[in-house]
Design a protein around this ligand. Structure first.
Ligand SMILES: Cc1cc2nc3c(=O)[nH]c(=O)nc-3n(C[C@H](O)[C@H](O)[C@H](O)COP(=O)(O)O)c2cc1C
Length: 255
């Protein structure tokens, strides 16, 4: 994993509105680099084909002042949504490092439902932004997140628990929970947090929650690696059901 990702967790943000045009543009070279990078990011599941297509924002329903939208496609195999969350969040952090403002855009619509044999999953809006537009890594007050107690049971891990709490999620519903048994095993659940659905209709909760949990596992992996904690991760199939707790992975820490 790229070691620069850890610091970017504290800097990144969603650009819900980009504001009036300011002359800053994404260059063709930057677009080419994004297309190349997508295939260099580490997948969560091996063997699920994914692709991206970059289109002008005007070809989608986004309309937040973005310049382009990155349409993300995948084969529909078990774990494909978690996989898109895991890879897509590497893209989100990479864009942050390049002063390209991202917005995961789950409600977006495109006519391009298929691309080179793969199914449309989600889009990410982008526009070049000024360096001053990011979060100040020393001031975490703009992160609206549940408390550690609401998302982590058992002993906390310094440099990990506090940082994974900052994971972005659709509608900010934060559908994840970790149970640390205190003996080096972390169970990671997709969690139906009582009373917290945002505007996501119930039938879409598992869809976005699965992408969210993939993003969460990326943050967990970045943080464990940053702390020098080695681990084995066993991914467990999430059947997308409407249970309160859906196990998605078991991490066994080695040191
Ligand atoms: C999978 C996913 C889908 C999202 N879809 C939308 C969306 O449709 N519209 C929107 O305004 N924000 C969307 N967001 C952005 C979230 O609202 C945002 O990540 C969350 O409020 C946390 O804020 P932050 O990213 O600035 O830390 C989405 C985020 C994720 C991870």
């Amino acid at each position: 994993m790229d070691s620069s990702y850890y610091d970017l967790i504290f800097k990144r943000r969603s650009f819900h509105r980009y504001g009036e045009p300011d002359g800053l543009k994404i260059t063709p070279e930057e677009l080419d680099e994004i297309r190349e990078m997508w295939y260099k990011f580490i997948p969560l599941f091996e063997g699920i084909q994914t692709k991206i297509k970059i289109v002008p924002g005007s070809q989608t329903s986004c309309n937040r002042g973005e310049e382009y939208c990155i349409l993300i496609y995948s084969e529909k195999k078990p774990g494909y949504l978690q996989n898109i969350g895991y890879i897509g969040e590497q893209l989100d952090l990479y864009l942050t490092s390049r002063n390209i403002g991202p917005l995961w855009f789950g409600v977006g619509r495109t006519k391009e439902r298929r691309f080179e044999g793969l199914e449309y999953v989600i889009m990410m809006a982008i526009r070049k932004v000024d360096d001053s537009k990011w979060r100040d890594p020393n001031d975490l007050s703009s992160f609206k997140r549940v408390t550690v107690e609401e998302m982590w049971e058992g002993p906390v891990i310094d440099g990990v628990t506090d940082a994974v709490r900052l994971t972005p999620t659709a509608c900010n519903i934060q559908p994840w929970k970790v149970v640390n048994n205190g003996e080096g095993v972390l169970d990671v659940y997709r969690y139906r947090r009582p009373g917290k659905h945002g505007i996501i209709p119930p039938f879409r909760l598992a869809y976005f929650g699965s992408i969210d949990i993939g993003i969460f596992m990326l943050f967990l992996d970045i943080c464990l690696e940053h702390q020098g904690i080695e681990y084995d991760r066993v991914l467990t199939p999430d059947d997308g059901n409407f249970r309160q707790l859906n196990l998605n992975a078991k991490y066994t820490l080695r040191n």
